[in-house]
Structure formats: C-alpha cells, structure tokens
Design a protein around this ligand. Structure first.
Ligand code: GDP
Length: 454
C-alpha cells in the first residue's frame, strides 16, 4: 500500500478528530475501514465530496464519522487524500489510526503532508514554511505575514530579484562568449545599478527578520531593581493577576518568572528578576546571575526604583549599569501613591524614559505603554508585512554578500567571468528560498519543525 496517515488534529478530547490519509492507496485503505450509509462505495466517491458512515474494524463498528475525499491533483498534497472526521476522543482517534496502519498506511513523519505538497509542486518551500508560521501565529501581524508568504508574495519578490540577475547573467554570458560579435558591451553603469538595486531589495527583506522575531515571540524585556522596590507588584499589574508572590520581606522573588504581556500592540516577554545586587545567599545568587544574563539579552530593560526611599549605592550602581547597557531602558520611579519620587528623578535624569508609577494603584501605566509604543512602535511593515524566517534570512545574506563582491568587482574593472560567478552564486542563494535549488538535507531540516499530521 502506498499511503501515509496521521491525525491532523491535536490528540486530546474535543468535538472532532480528523485522521488524514494521503497517497495512491489512500482511498483504497479508506474503503477498507469506512462504509458510507448511503451505500455509495468509497471508490466511486468524487473529489471534494463527503459521506456519512461508519468506521469498521472487520465486523466491529468503531465510530460514526464523515469521510471527505480529495482526488489527485486537487488536494493539499497533490495526491489522493481521504480525511476521516470522527468523534474527538483520544482512544477512538488512536484506534482508527491503528486501523489505517493495519491496512497498510505508513504513519506520517513530521510535516510529511506539506513536504509531499512541496515535492508535488503544490507550493514552494517558502510557502510551505509559512504554513507552519500560520499555525503558530499569535497575533494579527504574524498572521498577516504568514498569509502573504503563503499566497506567494515573498516568492514573487524573490523571483523578481532573480529575474533581474538572470537577465544580467545572460547579457554577461553573451558578451563573454562572443567577443567578436558586434554585441553591445554590458554597460558598467547599468550593471552597477542592477546589482545594487537587487542588493537593496535583499537587504530590505533581511531587515524584516528582526521585526518578525520581535512580533512573533514578543520583545524580550527584563524588570530589574533592588528587592522590595515593587517588581513583582509591577509584573502583576501588567499581567492583570497575581502571578508572582508579593511579600514584604526583601529578596523573596527568587526565580526568573517569564510571562508574556501585551501593552497595546506590543507583546513583551517579561522577566522579573531577583535584582542585580551582590548577594551571598546561594539561592538568590542564582537568580542574580540569571538576571545579569537577561539584562544583556533584553531588548528592553524596565528598571524599578522605590521612590519612597532614599537612593543608596546599589541604586547608583544599577543606574550606571543602565546607562551602559545597549538596549532600550525605561526607568520607573515606583510608589507614586505614597511619595513624589524624592531624589530619584534627578539621579535618573538623562535616561530617555523616566516615569513615575504606582504598581499598586496602576497610576502611570499609560505612560509606560506610551513609552513602549514609542520605542518599538516605529517597527512597522515597510516591507509589506512580510517577515522572513531564519533560513530565508540566511539565504538572503548570502545573496547580498555575493552581490557586494560583484559590485566591487565591477568597480575594480575585473573581467566579466568573475562577476558572473558572484552573480550566479547570489541567484542560487535566492533560489534556495523558494526551494528551486536545494538539497534533500535542507528540505528535511525545514519539515522537521512541523508537527505530525501537517
Ligand atoms: P519586589 O521585591 O521588587 O518584587 O517588590 P514587591 O512587588 O514584592 O513589593 C514590595 C512591597 O512594596 C510590597 O509590600 C508591595 O505591596 C509594596 N509596593 C509595591 N508597589 C507599590 C506601590 O506602587 N505603592 C505602594 N504603596 N506600595 C507598593
């Protein structure tokens, strides 16, 4: 038998489970285990039709279900596909899957349905990747980006750059191969213009990667500050519920708590740290070390100070660390409900964002949101909302560096042969994005990130 099978829905109790079969024998296997109540044999069902019936193991009825039939090439994979929508129980799903396997279907590997679709030319590699991105999208922007790539927008842009490079390669080849013919010499200015425009286009797409990462996974942000300044209370305020345990005893927030917080349109991946002070306490020391590490990794540092206290050396130390750290910093002078911030405002002057806040009452939250929006809101969708993924970025960077080499070769007046090599390499790297020039190994790597059944 030639078919793969898997549950297309997550294994768990739910209303419906879908078991998917794809391959030349998908419908043969479906016919062995499914009997439509309208007595039309499965083999006679047309594509894009359903039948209500029973799933049977020999004489035993396992479940009532709906069978949907897709006929090659008009299916997701491009092969014959049968989908059994049964009741959404864990056991019943597994039982039907086992039945499919007993009848000769092979359990599908991760992403094998989409991989088959790729192999059959139903979608290119960038589009296949976007299916996974669509599934994991957590917000409007990532969903839009995934959909643009899935419908071919990224592939089209890559195609346009490649087409320009290919045309240039054609001209270079004609010129190099037939030097005696009266072919017009490739104009250096035109060549420079084409290569640098292609480079810019590639660069624009490369830049979308970082933005995508920020939107997909949230902006890594850390809350830092001495014990008892109100970090946990702030975290709770932002989360809207009691997540961290707030106590009056200094140094009780020992772990790094990570939570995702939405501030307006921006998602923060927020870590509440155990403060940055030197400590002898073993447990807290681990927290402090982690905190230091996080400070380096964070795109945003929210530093909290207790405005109701007098600044001490630790505060000064933290402030000087803040001035040095590379990321964006927002300083909060907390407890505005019981104090006016005392000397902190002056100590913190010069930092771009200093906000008085009360983590307890929520006063100042709006200013904090506005500051985040100002820092990160500028990240917008200039590139039409496409966010390239890491693999695509890597290909684009290779293309870009080859084009850079070509450009300096042109400027240096080096022979067309050498320029041709660089431009060919660049075009090749771009072709890997859509999967037109790609090794099996890379294809396997791409699909290994998929879930089974997709
Ligand atoms: P952390 O050690 O930095 O996490 O500090 P906590 O969040 O545990 O807060 C320490 C103490 O300060 C607790 O008693 C909080 O109730 C109190 N606290 C935190 N924020 C405020 C605030 O804005 N106003 C007032 N009055 N008290 C606060």
């Amino acid at each position: 038998m030639d078919a793969i099978c898997a549950a297309a829905t997550p294994l768990g109790e739910g209303a419906v489970s879908i078991i998917r079969l794809s391959g030349a024998d998908a419908l043969t296997i479906a016919a062995l285990i499914f009997i439509p109540y309208n007595n039309t044999p499965v083999a006679e069902m047309k594509g894009y039709t359903c039948a209500y019936g029973k799933v049977v193991d020999g004489g035993e009825r396992i479940d009532d279900a709906v069978l949907t039939v897709f006929k090659a090439p008009h299916s997701y994979t491009g092969e014959d596909v049968a989908e059994i929508s049964c009741h959404g129980g864990v056991y019943v799903t597994k039982r039907i899957l086992r039945l499919c396997a007993e009848k000769g279907a092979r359990p599908a590997e991760r992403g094998e349905f989409t991989r088959t679709a790729f192999v059959n030319g139903k979608l290119d590699l960038a589009q296949a990747e976007s299916v996974m991105e669509l599934i994991s999208a957590q917000g409007e922007l990532t969903l839009r980006s995934a959909n643009l790539t899935r419908t071919g927008e990224l592939s089209q842009r890559i195609g346009e750059i490649r087409a320009r490079l290919t045309k240039l390669l054609g001209e270079l080849a004609a010129w190099a191969d037939y030097p005696d013919e009266d072919l017009p010499e490739v104009n250096t200015d035109t060549m420079t213009a084409t290569v640098s425009e292609c480079m810019k286009a590639a660069d624009k797409l490369i830049k979308t990667y970082d933005n995508g990462m920020l939107f997909k996974s949230g902006i890594p942000a850390a809350i830092v500050g001495k014990p008892n300044v109100g970090k946990s209370t702030l975290m709770n305020l932002l989360l809207g519920y009691e997540r961290a345990i707030v106590t009056d005893i200094a140094g009780t927030t020992r772990d790094l708590l990570e939570e995702t917080v939405r501030l307006g349109d921006i998602t923060l991946r927020l870590t509440d740290t155990a403060g940055l002070r030197e400590t002898d306490d073993a447990v807290e020391k681990i927290g402090v070390e982690l905190a230091r590490k996080r400070l380096g990794e964070s795109a945003l540092v929210i530093a909290v100070f207790d405005g109701s206290t007098v600044p001490d050396d630790e505060d000064r130390q933290l402030i000087s660390q803040l001035r040095e750290c590379g990321g964006s910093v927002i300083a909060l002078i907390n407890k505005s409900d019981i104090s006016d911030g005392g000397e902190y405002a002056e100590l913190l002057s010069g930092l771009p964002y200093v906000i008085g806040i009360s983590a307890k009452t929520g006063a100042g939250r709006g200013e904090l949101e506005a500051a985040c929006a100002e820092i990160f809101g500028g990240i917008d969708a200039d590139a039409g909302m496409i966010f390239v993924n890491e693999r695509q970025k890597f290909c684009l960077e290779r293309a870009k560096s080859n084009l850079e080499r070509a450009l300096s070769a042109i400027e240096a007046g080096i022979s067309p042969d050498m320029i041709t090599i660089d431009i060919t390499e660049a075009a090749g790297a771009l072709a890997e994005i859509t999967g037109e020039r790609i090794t099996d190994e890379i294809v396997s790597e791409v699909f290994s990130h998929f879930c089974v059944g997709k």
